[in-house]
Design a protein around this ligand. Structure first.
Ligand code: DNO
Length: 365
């Protein structure tokens, strides 16, 4: 595996490439052209400029998160043809620049959903959190206003104001899209892009729906082992793969994370590793917050997650995921420097311990 950090580009991120380079063991960034809109072609020049900037800082681009999918592709509207052509063009340009990993999602309307961006914990740190009661009590149009105030001035991925201004229309566009239809539209999209992925060896890594269930009655399909295996089978190509995000699949406690990792051997191209702390698991009252990465601070056994990745010979990038806001840092919620650096160091420590106990055990035998 390679340890990486997500970076939004110098125009949008409070964290610098120099700071990322100084985190022990982090050698790559997961980045994007954050000001491009879903459906737009990424030019070769802009990709190259981004790559040059990252490389000048002594790092490299380990993958793109995200090249977003236009809603017409998800709903299966006639305009999807043009947007798929554009997506293919972007993949080609990325391939020409030697970039071989693309994370994307197929979530309708909203990307990830949280109800608080700055819940204060006992130690004074703040974290992203979700309560079912808050979701049940609000209409989708108000969701954006509810969380935007806590965003430290940042534009959150998937929650761009111009997109949120159209929330009502977007809901309308999805009104006939069932889970089955969404699967069909995803299949159609993947079949169209696989030839260019084969040509340039680009691994597509779908991000799970977060949380892993339907919100506001919208269809959601990338939520559990059964569905993700169905998706792997329906377009059975190694370039059709997964971003294994423990914090997203983990929102549903029925998802056995190490077991899912083992079942997806060979198809996990990218991993987001983080912990969650569940405060209430009663249906209708579910409440969780994004704890620090340490097993002891949350609900997941992080050792078992890293061990499962180790056991499947995972060689792709891992990034620590949302961090807490600590030490008075002001940054995009979840994406400050300090707690993600602690997360990367902890995950690297787990990996080293797993690796050494494995290889030394083998040597002793
Ligand atoms: C949240 C992220 C997601 C992810 C997209 C991938 O912080 O994990 O926004 O980047 O769903 O397209």
């Amino acid at each position: 595996m390679e340890m990486t950090l997500r970076w939004y580009g110098s125009k949008f991120d409070t964290v610098t490439l120099k700071q990322i380079r100084q985190i022990p063991g982090v050698t790559g960034v997961i980045t994007t052209l954050y000001d491009t809109k879903p459906g737009e072609v990424w030019s070769r020049e802009r990709i190259k400029a981004l790559k040059d900037e990252v490389e000048a800082a002594g790092l490299h681009i380990s993958g793109i998160e995200s090249v977003n999918i236009h809603d017409a592709i998800k709903t299966g509207a006639p305009e999807r043809e043009q947007y798929i052509e554009n997506y293919i063009e972007t993949l080609k340009n990325l391939g020409e620049e030697d970039i071989h990993l693309v994370c994307y999602n197929f979530m309708p309307v909203f990307d990830w959903t949280r109800t608080e961006l700055a819940r204060v914990r006992a130690d004074g740190s703040t974290v992203l959190a979700y309560t079912q009661e808050a979701v049940d009590a609000i209409v989708p149009e108000k969701m954006f206003d509810m969380i935007a105030g806590d965003a430290n001035g940042a534009i959150l991925p998937g929650w761009e104001p111009e997109r949120m201004a159209r929330v009502k229309d977007l809901f309308e566009e999805y009104k006939d899209v069932t889970d089955e239809k969404l699967f069909e539209n995803l299949k159609y999209f993947l079949e169209r892009i696989m030839p260019v992925c084969d040509e340039y060896d680009i691994n597509m890594a779908i991000h799970p729906d977060d949380p892993a269930w339907s919100v506001f009655g919208l269809p959601r399909i990338i939520i559990n082992k059964e569905n993700i295996l169905r998706m792997m089978k329906m377009v059975d190509n190694k370039h059709n793969g997964v971003t294994f995000c423990s914090g997203s699949y983990g929102t549903n406690l029925e998802n056995d994370l190490p077991d899912m990792i083992r079942a997806l051997k060979g198809r996990i191209h990218f991993a987001h590793v983080r912990n969650l702390k569940f405060n209430n698991t009663e249906p209708g009252h579910l409440d969780f917050e994004e704890a620090c990465h340490l097993s002891s601070d949350g609900t997941f056994d992080m050792y078992e997650i890293m061990k499962a990745l180790y056991d499947i010979d995972f060689t792709g990038p891992i990034r620590p995921d949302h961090g807490r806001m600590i030490w008075d840092e002001v940054a995009m919620p979840g994406y400050g420097l300090y707690d993600r650096a602690l997360g990367a160091t902890y995950l690297n420590g787990l990996w080293e311990a797993i690796d050494k106990s494995h290889t030394r055990g083998v040597e002793r035998r």
